[in-house]
Design a protein around this ligand. Structure first.
Ligand SMILES: [Zn+2]
Length: 305
């Protein structure tokens, strides 16, 4: 039941593999929810297979397919602890990724530590062989995605077993109209800037209110070079963590990347869209996008050694 609720509650998190939503997105998401209900049995059986795998496949790393329809061979495991970070919810077996994704997390954590930040928590990456998850995400399938928590308070170092149910504050006011300055400020801006400036990072998803705060120069976000703001993209949810997506690694020709981020800093009408009311489009009921098919190479990966 928990899995079921999580899928429904977290539907918008299925994001991140999608294009910029159209003006009737809210209606589409409602229809999409119904479509998901109808295919629950099949979808869960499929995702459960991938979720029950506890070891990566042998051999060189290979990203196959896209973030919302893909898998991962030769994954690397993010160690539970490292300088500047702690991985959480390790019982989910979602602390795997392409070696470049693991290297990115370790690099960001080192840079954050060197900048004087407290360690951050690392949430879901991918399953040992990637693939669909039974709850929580539509993306995170091909080993190029990682969730990083924005809370940077000084925290006690927890044993792995105590990192399953961590409750950290969200960055927004209760009505989600804006950031909460008590929780989002210079430390978070520093971390996002470090992440976005990493050359391997393709884009970073944050709540639209966080993007808007950066655009209006909260905590000096626009000081100096502002080109990093381009990679910060607004998306549903993401009130406690940000979602980093790396570009396709050079060793993976089967990796399917997203449409390039448009030019500019994104502090424009495309951001305003998120704060406008969008009535549902009249006309026949819209069906959600079909569930993306996994690349054929993923089937062999699931059943192989
Ligand atoms: Zn995510």
């Amino acid at each position: 039941m928990r899995s079921f609720l999580n899928v429904i509650i977290n539907l918008p998190h299925a994001e991140e593999g999608a294009q910029r939503p159209s003006r009737s997105t809210h209606g589409i998401f409602a229809a999409f929810s119904i479509a998901v209900l109808l295919c629950l049995a099949a979808c869960f059986a499929h995702a459960a297979d991938w979720g029950s795998v506890t070891s990566p496949s042998p051999g060189p790393p290979r990203v196959i397919g896209g973030p919302a329809s893909g898998c991962l061979a030769g994954a690397a495991e993010l160690p539970p602890d490292g300088l500047g970070y702690e991985a959480i919810r390790l019982s989910r077996h979602r602390n795997y990724g392409h070696p470049e994704t693991v290297a990115f997390v370790e690099r960001l954590a080192r840079e954050a530590h060197d900048s004087g930040l407290q360690p951050f928590y690392v949430g879901d990456m991918a399953q040992p062989r990637g693939g669909p998850m039974t709850y929580g995400h539509g993306a995170h399938q091909n080993g190029t995605d990682v969730d990083i928590w924005l809370n940077l308070d000084r925290k006690p170092v927890l044993p792995v077993s105590d990192r399953e149910e961590v409750e950290l504050p969200q960055m927004l006011l209760p009505d989600h109209s804006d950031i909460d300055p008590a929780h989002f400020g210079a430390l978070q801006v520093t971390l996002l800037r470090l992440a976005a400036r990493d050359p391997r990072v393709d884009r970073i998803f944050v709540n639209p209110a966080i993007k808007r705060a950066l655009c209006r120069d909260v905590a000096g976000a626009r000081d100096g070079d502002t080109t990093w703001l381009r990679k910060i993209r607004p998306w549903y949810g993401h009130t406690r963590h940000f979602h980093v997506r790396l570009a396709c690694p050079p060793d993976s020709p089967e990796c399917v990347g997203q449409t390039p981020v448009p030019p500019g800093d994104g502090c424009d009408a495309s951001l305003d869209w998120w704060f406008e009311v969008h009535p549902p489009t009249p006309g026949p009921p819209q069906v959600g996008p079909p569930k993306p098919r996994l690349p054929a190479a993923c089937a062999a990966l699931l059943t192989g050694p």
